[in-house]
Design a protein around this ligand. Structure first.
Ligand code: SF4
Length: 291
């Protein structure tokens, strides 16, 4: 296992923050974190202490990463390096990895991303705008991007659903397995029409939010700044967090939370559907999320 963080400091490959802290944050944020030069030479390898199956990867340092990749992964690496080299997307190229639980494809190419949750879940728009609930919209964004890439049968992102695997029991004793859906199914046609723009607008915001979060990280802002939601009885992101022991966030010492929007969920949803401007919501300098 590689956990020595001195190589980050030596190679000056990331913005200046305390190297020991940066190394621990990176090592905890993913099973495997790799820092590379623009030509793909590995300068630092950090393995999450909980991912013991990774083994000792210290010998990757100083060697081309492509030497250790499978044949199908090498083109992906080349693509990322090429994009970074030509400065595509204002020099910011972000590659996310995830596994979709289920993807339903209709005969017309309409795609619904389904995520199984034990008792279901719902999209919380205040947390979404703060960049805290991006999993399903990021999957749908991937579907939209792939669909736009010119498949024989164009694929269109039409919905995302949280599907409960345990029933919600009704007062009449019946089991309710209905998914929580975005866009939601409304009772009245005019309500449904009002939400017609919700999905495309939410996906545009998803792209912007991912960009804002990545920009903050690349600017060296990797210190803990957890979210607090005043409307949810003071809910904080720290409540069930696995990384509490390494992040050193200490509100007793005066460290601050980010404040999620105090506006109601339906109000935020309608504002997104209407094309509202929420720029800065994940940076914490927009009106909806404050540092
Ligand atoms: S405990 Fe809170 S501040 Fe620390 S990493 Fe988790 S969410 Fe962030």
């Amino acid at each position: 296992m590689k956990s020595d963080t001195s190589s980050i400091r030596r190679n000056r490959s990331l913005p200046i923050i305390e190297p020991e802290l940066l190394g621990r944050v990176l090592a905890s944020a993913a099973d495997l974190s790799i820092v590379m030069t623009p030509d793909g030479t590995t300068t630092a390898v950090l393995v999450n202490p909980n991912a013991e199956s990774m083994g000792n990867l210290g010998h990757w340092e100083g060697r081309p990463l492509r030497d250790f990749l499978t044949e199908e992964s090498i083109p992906k690496l080349e693509r990322v390096l090429r994009k970074a080299a030509i400065g595509e997307g204002d020099g910011l190229s972000v590659e996310l990895h995830g596994v979709v639980d289920r993807l339903d494809l209709g005969p017309d190419g309409g795609a619904t991303v389904v995520d199984y949750k034990l008792r279901g879940a719902r999209v919380n728009w205040a947390r979404f705008l703060a960049g805290q609930q991006l999993q399903l919209p990021a999957y749908l964004l991937a579907v939209r991007t792939a669909g736009a890439a010119g498949e024989a049968q164009p694929v269109q992102a039409v919905a995302a659903e949280y599907q409960p695997v345990e029933p919600r029991w009704q007062s009449n004793g019946e089991a309710d397995f209905a998914p929580q859906r975005v866009p939601p199914v409304m009772k009245k046609a005019e309500q449904q029409d009002r939400l017609a723009g919700l999905l495309p607008e939410a996906l545009n915001h998803t792209q912007r939010i991912i960009g804002e979060l990545a920009e903050r990280m690349l600017a060296g802002e990797v210190g803990p700044l957890p979210l607090l939601s005043p409307r949810e009885k003071g809910w904080t992101a720290c409540g069930l967090c696995d990384y509490r022991s390494v992040c050193r966030f200490d509100p007793l010492a005066g460290e601050r939370y980010r404040q999620a929007s105090g506006r109601g969920d339906a109000e935020l949803r309608d504002a997104i559907a209407a094309g509202g401007d929420f720029s800065g919501s994940a940076r914490g300098d927009g009106p909806e999320v404050q540092r």
